[in-house]
Ligand binder design. Structure first.
Ligand SMILES: NC(=O)c1ccc[n+]([C@@H]2O[C@H](COP(=O)([O-])OP(=O)(O)OC[C@H]3O[C@@H](n4cnc5c(N)ncnc54)[C@H](OP(=O)(O)O)[C@@H]3O)[C@@H](O)[C@H]2O)c1
Length: 309
């Protein structure tokens, strides 16, 4: 049976249950392959739509709170998703996700991206790295990043040493603050890095002016955080219908409109929208399939979005 993405969303919206999707998801994957991107420093390919976890995975111990998150992870994996971003300072997120991926038996299938996130010195960073490995039941972290440029030199040394020892595969740095862009540019010019992670969306386009092109010139992968500007983009289009021309790039929802804008930037490697809702996960994964907007359409999307405010 062939089933379209639109049908799938109707099914899931109508039933409120993800169980029906179980057998249909692989059909979707066959129908439209996922957009893949190569990591510049290695050529390894990853699906361009990943999954973030700040706030969304920071829940308590109850089964009620964890069940939808387990379903989000199960669907993500089932639909071919790989890149999962977390941090030791996202409340309980890293530990909750770590437990759920181990319950699902998928901890080694996912691309595990985490961070060193402490101003407490070298040993505190090493301790976080060890806790991340334990939380996920892994021997290797795929990508470790210095979070928000906090003690960059100190923690880059730790991550590079782990890379030399074969316990980390890629090295990166992150920010989501415009006020750190100048400092970030300096880091990108002087350090050899596999990845830089930065905020970029239709609502916040500043990173595309200098930072993202610089990362591209330096041969670094670009991970985009806050792709929905922490959910604010949905408020901006509240009550509005998608424009007809969104169909020209296989876009069926506002979520896909926002994500496809970012994915169509040629320097972007991975985007990491966060969700605690299985239906939103399916929507987000759909953004990583089908056509993407061309340069002219990107400009049209920007003009459309700017005219809303
Ligand atoms: N400095 C750093 O290193 C840094 C900084 C910021 C973020 N990050 C990373 O980037 C990830 C993403 O950023 P973010 O979590 O701040 O914000 P975001 O991904 O821009 O937005 C998340 C919000 O969008 C909603 N949402 C997701 N998919 C949706 C859909 N299809 N339709 C409607 N609503 C949807 C979510 O609610 P529901 O749960 O209801 O879906 C959530 O409230 C973080 O989780 C984290 O992993 C890193």
């Amino acid at each position: 049976m062939k089933i379209s993405r639109r049908d799938m969303l109707k099914i899931s919206a109508g039933t409120g249950a993800a169980a029906l999707l179980l057998n249909e998801v692989p059909v979707l994957a066959q129908e439209r392959p996922l957009v893949m991107r190569a990591i510049p420093s290695s050529g390894e390919e990853v699906p361009a739509v990943g999954l973030g976890s700040a706030r969304t995975f920071s829940v308590g111990a109850s089964g009620e709170e964890r069940a939808p998150l387990k379903e989000v992870l199960r669907l993500f994996h089932e639909m071919g998703g790989r890149f999962f971003d977390t941090a030791p300072t996202y409340g309980s997120s890293e530990g909750v996700a770590g437990q759920l991926v181990q319950e699902l038996g998928i901890q080694n299938d996912l691309f595990f991206a985490t961070k060193i996130s402490t101003g407490g010195g070298r040993q505190a960073g090493i301790d976080q790295q060890e806790t991340s490995l334990q939380d996920w039941g892994r021997d290797i972290i795929d990508l470790n990043q210095v979070h928000n440029l906090r003690d960059t030199e100190v923690h880059l040394r730790t991550i590079r040493q782990a890379k030399e020892e074969g316990r980390t595969r890629y090295v990166g740095v992150t920010t989501s603050f415009g006020r750190q862009y100048e400092q970030m540019e300096q880091v990108l010019r002087t350090e050899e890095l596999d990845f830089v992670q930065v905020n970029y969306s239709l609502g916040e386009r500043q990173a595309a002016e200098r930072l993202i092109p610089l990362a591209q010139d330096r041969g670094m992968g670009v991970i985009v955080n806050e792709p929905y500007n922490v959910g604010r983009l949905f408020a901006a289009v509240s009550g509005r219908d998608l424009p007809d021309w969104a169909a020209e790039f296989d876009c069926e929802s506002w979520g896909q409109f926002f994500l496809k804008y970012i994915l169509s930037h040629p320097a972007v490697t991975v985007i990491i929208p966060a969700t605690s809702d299985p239906e939103h996960l399916i929507d987000n994964m759909g953004a990583g399939t089908g056509r993407l907007p061309d340069e002219q359409t990107r400009t049209r999307m920007e003009e459309f979005f700017d005219a809303l405010s």
